[in-house]
Ligand binder design. Structure first.
Ligand SMILES: C[S@@+](CC[C@H](N)C(=O)[O-])C[C@H]1O[C@@H](n2cnc3c(N)ncnc32)[C@H](O)[C@@H]1O
Length: 251
């Protein structure tokens, strides 16, 4: 089960204000995007509602956006249409990517926004990274962002409730994360996310979904990247920061 079929409908409540406009989402990767020609071939392989893909297309890049969730792919196609962006949106999970695209196709592959932990354990993660690597041309780069699971696991199971209402599309919501941290790193973990929208009459409408995830240590990720022929060029990993970015190039 991949999930995000329900959350797709209300996903904007989970995106920060700063990253909601497609151009801003893409601009958050300016440092790596500046390494590419303006018409580069790029793939966002966990595109969610499409902000990054549409932002990249807005820069003139040839963009393909894929996601395991049908609902997410539909939202990406809708956002592309709204912005008049040319994005090819395809439903595919990571392991299926080589069935859709030839090896050595892309200059850059993005797997961002806390996506990779949805791959099922070390085996699933290895297969996902292998697919991403195959699709990159030699010298092409994988751009990956991740939660710092070392921090998340240290905090243990817990409930995290937003300390202010999040307003999107004229509607306010409380965002709740319920973290189910398993005893061992290798076990399946869960995150339950609930968006509780409150309307002007006080009525509360809740959309929620239970997601599976398999955490990994940064050290493991490095080894796994190298195993699929990717060499770390840049890493912002810091044990005290919530998230990090890794840029790895295909040898
Ligand atoms: C936390 S969302 C991030 C979405 C987007 N990248 C962003 O930053 O807003 C994780 C995304 O990964 C997708 N996903 C989960 N498992 C996947 C898989 N096996 N293959 C491809 N995409 C997957 C989900 O459907 C979801 O859209």
């Amino acid at each position: 089960m991949t999930g995000y079929e329900v959350l797709a409908e209300v996903y904007e409540w989970l995106i920060s204000d700063a990253k909601l406009p497609p151009a801003e989402f893409a601009a958050s990767f300016d440092d790596v995007l500046n390494l590419l020609p303006s018409n580069a071939h790029v793939l966002d392989c966990s595109c969610g509602t499409g902000q990054l893909a549409v932002g990249l297309a807005g820069r003139g890049m040839q963009v393909v956006a894929t996601d395991a969730s049908e609902a997410m792919v539909r939202r990406t196609a809708e956002l592309s249409e709204e912005f008049g962006a040319s994005v090819r949106a395809v439903r595919a999970n990571w392991e299926e990517l080589p069935d859709h695209f030839q090896d050595n196709t892309f200059d850059m592959v993005f797997c961002v926004g806390n996506s990779l932990h949805h791959a099922a354990g070390a085996t699933g993660r290895g297969a996902a990274l292998e697919s991403m690597s195959r699709l990159l041309r030699p010298g092409g780069r994988l751009v990956l962002t991740s939660r710092t699971w070392e921090l998340v696991r240290a905090r243990g199971s817990r409930l995290e409730i937003s300390d202010r209402l999040v307003r999107r599309n004229g509607r306010d919501a409380v965002v709740v994360y319920r973290w189910e941290i398993a005893r061992h790193w290798e076990e399946e973990h869960h995150i339950e996310i609930a968006i509780a929208q409150v309307d002007a009459t006080g009525l509360v409408l809740v959309r929620s979904e239970l997601l599976s995830c398999w955490p990994y240590r940064y050290e493991e990720l490095e080894v796994e990247l190298h195993r699929v022929g990717l060499q770390t060029e840049l890493s912002t990993f810091d044990l005290e920061a919530e998230n990090y970015m890794v840029v790895a190039s295909k040898v």
